[in-house]
Design a protein around this ligand. Structure first.
Ligand code: F0G
Length: 458
């Protein structure tokens, strides 16, 4: 008999989670104004709100926590992290920040100005927020295949070169500070970008003399997809692929809460000394001195260890296989999901799941509420609420994809949890015809509304 696959770790510490009653959940979600961010975590059984900072650290990472150096300047843990980033990603210069959006804030303060445009492949919401906050524009140049959840394409995160070149042709070079490649492309479904596409973007950007920046929150998961889906790289190790990917970027922002395998942290990796100097000033103003940038020494040390673990093939295989296990279960039940599956989450297609609920009634959010009521499982809307309003017209922006994301925390849940999640969603799917109306907004903030929005049933 062929031996089945099993996780390359065993569990040393457990945390109790509690099942709750459906009638309580109906009340709790109403009290939370149908906003899943407003639920207390003890009212959630399986929490798939995000894979950001919610994973389990290893024994070796916890050992680093005990020996971290808390010196304000020149901490040993800082040097350890800086050296690790240089060794794995090739960046000569390095600035720690407290999380990914802080890295964006620091870096964009140095390079983005009013009137600029920043093309890329579906900028993450905080990234777009930091661009728009500076009265600049984020332009999505993701390939069209990404916007149809039924189309099979191995690299749905790719940048469309024609769309990108159009941005270059229709804007002055002085207004394009950089092109941003987000790996993996979270918004389109945790979809990877191929090395070929990275190289093509880099060549096009060279032609127009525009730097390439990366948003590398899930760079290791991206490397796994390159190894398993891009023929040319199948015999490369993950670390060799990572090295190759980073040859094509000048500067990167990282949310360490994802592929850093830690609960908090971020950084900026840079190759230009000049930009490093400029960004350092903002780092000191917003984050802290340049050898800690909002992180404790122990957190930096645990991150250095986490980056080593995240770039191991066996770890990535278990991680991405677990996400695919959930995806395949849902397909078995007929639930429409983004295919092929991405790296960190399964994205349920709310337009196909709830055809009776119009997008203007926030169908993905409605589905998220129904899933919570059904099984105490919390996902997150990646749809119209997240897309926010157009900063000029203030009209709702209706994205092509209206998705409920089920993000899987790293090394946290078991296969039984995946079965439970799939069964909960199947039960909602079985009664989908009865769900004929969605939600409406009672209050929203002017930017990043999805975190605090207050909703009621339509
Ligand atoms: N870039 C990407 C691609 C992200 O997914 C995130 C965060 C950030 C930047 C910002 O990083 O949270 O450390 O400030 N994504 C989380 C998520 C919140 O749930 O997908 P951060």
């Amino acid at each position: 008999m062929k031996l089945p696959y099993a996780e390359p770790f065993k569990i040393k510490m457990v945390e109790t989670i509690k099942r709750t009653l459906k009638e309580d959940r109906i009340k709790w979600i109403k009290d939370a104004q149908y906003n899943l961010f407003k639920l207390d975590s003890d009212k959630v059984f399986i929490d798939l709100l995000t894979d950001s900072g919610t994973g389990a650290m290893s024994d070796k990472q916890w050992a680093e926590v005990m020996t971290g150096d808390e010196s304000y300047a020149g901490s040993r843990s800082f040097t350890y992290l800086k050296d690790t980033v240089k060794e794995l990603l090739g960046f000569e210069y390095f600035l720690p920040t407290h999380q990914g959006r802080a890295a964006e804030n620091v870096l964009f303060s140095a390079v983005v100005k009013e009137g600029d445009v920043v093309p890329g492949n579906s900028h993450f919401d905080t990234t777009k927020g930091h661009i728009e906050f500076r009265k600049a524009k984020a332009i999505d140049c993701t390939i069209d295949e990404a916007f149809d959840t039924t189309v099979q394409h191995p690299f749905k995160g790719n940048v469309d070169l024609v769309k990108l070149e159009n941005v270059f042709k229709s804007n002055s070079k002085v207004n394009i500070p950089f092109t941003l490649i987000t790996i993996t492309n979270n918004t389109a479904g945790g979809q990877p970008v191929s090395l070929k596409n990275i190289k093509d973007v880099s060549n096009l950007c060279k032609k127009y003399d525009i730097p390439v920046f990366f948003d590398i929150a899930r760079f290791a998961e991206n490397a796994y997809f390159i190894k398993t889906r891009e023929e040319e790289y199948k015999d490369f190790s993950i670390r060799e692929i990572v090295k190759e990917m980073f040859l094509y970027c000048e500067t990167a922002t990282m949310s360490s809460k994802k592929d850093g395998l830690v609960n908090i942290g971020g950084f900026i990796g840079l190759k230009s000394e000049d930009l490093f100097r400029k960004a350092s000033t903002f780092n000191i103003m917003f984050e802290g001195f340049i050898t800690y940038g909002g992180m404790s020494g122990r957190d930096m040390a645990a991150l250095a260890q986490g980056l080593q673990e995240a770039t191991e093939f066996e770890y990535l295989k278990s991680r991405i296989s677990q996400v695919a296990y959930l995806g395949n279960k849902l397909l078995e039940y007929g639930v429409p999901v983004q295919e092929p599956f991405g790296g960190h989450a399964i994205f349920v297609d709310a337009k196909r799941f709830l055809p009776n609920v119009p997008q203007s009634e926030y169908s993905a959010q409605t589905l998220g509420v129904e899933l919570y009521i059904e099984g105490g499982v919390r996902g997150v809307e990646i749809g119209t609420l997240l897309a926010d309003r157009d900063p000029e017209t203030r009209e709702n922006r209706y994205p092509n994809l209206e998705l409920l994301r089920l993000a899987i925390p790293r090394r946290t849940y078991t296969q039984n949890h995946m079965d439970y999640i799939a069964a909960s969603l199947k039960n909602v799917y079985d009664r989908r015809e009865e769900i004929t109306s969605g939600l409406e907004i009672e209050w929203e903030s002017p930017i990043m509304r999805h975190f605090t929005v207050e909703l009621k049933k339509k």
